[in-house]
Design a binder for this molecule. Sequence first.
Ligand code: ANZ
Length: 970
Amino acid sequence: MSETNPAAATGMSVDAAPHRYTAAMAAEIEARWQDFWDAEGTYAAPNPKGDLAGEPEMVAKPKKFFMDMFPYPSGAGLHVGHPLGYIATDVYARFHRMTGHNVLHTLGFDAFGLPAEQYAVQTGTHPRVSTEANIENMKVQLRRLGLGHDKRRSFATIDPDYYRWTQWIFLQIFNSWYDDEARKARPIADLIAQFVSGERALPGGRSWSELSAAERADVLGEYRLAYASDAPVNWCPGLGTVLANEEVTADGRSERGNFPVFKAKLRQWNMRITAYADRLLDDLDALDWPEAIKLQQRNWIGRSEGARVDFPIDGEHITVFTTRPDTLFGATYMVLAPEHPLVEKFTPAQWPDGTHQMWTGGHRTPTDAVAAYRAQAAAKSDVERQAEAKDKTGVFTGAYATNPVNGEQIPVFIADYVLMGYGTGAIMAVPAHDSRDFAFARAFELPIRCVVEPSTASDSGSAAGRGTDPSTWDDAFVSYDAKIVNSSGEDVCLDGLGVVEAKARITEWLERKGIGEGTVNFRLRDWLFSRQRYWGEPFPIVYDEEGIAHALPESMLPLELPEVEDYSPRTFDPDDADAQPETPLSRNEEWVNVTLDLGDGPKKYRRETNTMPNWAGSCWYELRYLDPHNSEQLVDPEIERYWMGPREGMPHGGVDLYVGGAEHAVLHLLYARFWSKVLYDLGHVSSAEPFHRLFNQGMIQAYVYRDSRGIAVPAAEVEERDGAYYYQGEQVSRLLGKMGKSLKNAVTPDEICAEYGADTLRLYEMAMGPLDVSRPWDTRAVVGQFRLLQRLWRNIVDETTGAVTVVDAEPADIDEETLRALHKAIDGVRGDLEGMRFNTAIAKVTELNNHLTKAGGPVPRPVAEALVLMVAPLAPHIAEELWRRLGHTGSVVHQDFPVADPAYVVDETVTCVVQVKGKVKARLEVSPSISEEELEKVALADEKVVAALGGGGIRKVIVRAPKLVNIVPA
Ligand code: ANZ
């Protein structure tokens, strides 16, 4: 695509107008002001104390802390999609500086993790070298955009004096436990004290002093908020690492690299985020976040209310979790997860007499059937196992359990659609009212009994045209608002009750009998926290010769990443589920085996060789921005309270605005909330939530052009002719997609800055549409914003002489139309910037500027100055330059944003006649655009009208805005 030459676009040669705003002039102005800002520290936000303390009057202002989701310094650098959010927060921050706020805005780098490591592996350089080079490159790109960041506060998560604190937080979490009664984390020392005093009983009734060191470690491991366990984890041989649930896609593959993920039992570190499930859920309510993201977190946490019910079997019992205890009479069989530990116990040696042939899976004994089915299930991911459409498979265990409500003997199956990691890993199957159970019962010819009567359903559901005989149904009948039937036992009867009452009645009965209880179950799992990677934070943990984990003392932090020769992860055949992960750090024997004095004399220890996941560094970075050089404390409490403490309308405190992509709904945003809560509980911060307000910016999309083979061709070389697209003469297709190197359609901010300047790029990105909506990039349209800046310049500076052309004038000397245009613009732009409607703010600036252009003649100084101030948040470089040329000395950054005079904002008025009983009682001057409700209010409040009504009631008010109101008294 050919791009328009801006100089040519103006239709005049540069020579004839040496003081025209051109790309070259923009480049010169922008570089000069960027240097000025750096030299002056224009964007330095003062703290109330410490090394960044500033003027008391600045600190006394209301504070605002705005944040972007910080970038990965990838080798590809930025394309124009990346800075959309950064520019938006910058405009917002600048606007708030001009409306009397102390604004903290900065940006760091999230530099550990897979992308940085894989890039380093590809290019054969050490991750630190390549990452640091990438950071330098990104810094240059970002500086070019004129972002008003407080650079003193920037850092990268790979800086040892940053990750020292990441490790320190890990130790706080390791050294604490969740007190369910107090509903908060407490130091592990408090728990030990309870064990020592006997206040809290130890398992097996033993006393603390009797326990060996290893036994004590095991007991505490059951409580610690960071703990090692041998639980089944997501093992990805293709990446050579284990992954968190959140990093596995819906079809059971790695989010990165798309490799198969298997369940394997490995000893790994976990974070007990489940302890916080209810608080993570409850506290969402007070956050100002998009509903869609809140919903995703709610679903991910997945709170289910239901009951646990014991089904007797061989003198013991199997406990199930059900959300529908009201359907207990409809439970006609049970299913255990194949891995359920009780399976072996109840599996008999022989098939019971008369066992249905198809239940045996063709095996001679139940033991064989179970073993074969278990092997088959182990090869599948949880997601594959739960797929709705999947054929239901399973085998009979040969055992029968008793349904406690009616004493019926019901067969016990194992089937992979029941997962070990949810509820109790066992279910009562109610095929009439659960689709999965229905499909299974049909496949295995199991009885289906209707206990929720379709004809009584008040919720839409699937009741239509159904009778009570399930043999005529195609699917389960699922309803939460219908009447229970066929549910009467010896001492409990649910018939005729609604679902809600039936649940309550049966739960009460179960509790009375001691065979069940109401419970709340969460879908959320603990957070798998180890990675078999080099490029991450080392764990501040060592193991003694008995294998007991010990925390390193604070004085040994940071534990720096050692240099290793071979830092690439050991990967395996992606399908080799049996491969065992090997950590890169384990190859450095010298680092791994150490002699340390942890307070009881020098001893030999082995270091933990896993590293933390890339999410660790982003779990608390907002706090480091506040007090970036503190080497004594995580963050000074007074500084933390100043920037993030609770405020009116922000009961949990937090960052005032956090802008980033919607893809971080459950990973980063959930983890960061969890760490905040632990730090809050332990008294390190006053904010229980990290981000009070969240805003998801849309994506900048780009056209992808593909040839007849479907291969993407370089977008920049495609030509358009009569609505068709051609690349090297061949017609190509065009579709909107992502922007990026692989699709050959990336446009860099550097190119646009070179061609038009950063101010034009900023305006274009902000003008493209509402910030939360995705929009297609169109390089050819960028020139429109460049022309706006040229006209703005021309309204103030003579292009031939370079002289400022504005005329001094008092408001009284300025024509009414211009004053109206000005104040309406001020009023509108203020509201739009406040409301983050940057696109409409630009439209209003454009309108005012066009008015001035059309009016001709020199622009009155007050109008020109207000215009420049309004432009300042959006296009800061040209605003600085014009402000200076208008004769001011300082920077425009801390000037006051103009305030509209309401007299000029309201439109001219029209006269409205108010009648009472058909007689004119008052005449009102109102805006021609007044609403009916507003006009009615104004009319009824008018003195003369009130007098005419004499305190009597009103029968009717007829409003014909803006000219007539007719009141009929009662
Ligand atoms: C009987 C029943 C009857 C159920 C009915 C549902 C409908 P949520 O809402 O996601 O919490 N279930 C319990 N544990 C399971 C496991 N480990 N694997 C697979 N399924 C499991 O789902 C809870 C419901 O999912 C439970 O309620 C149970 O089936 C099933 F008309 O019990 B229900």
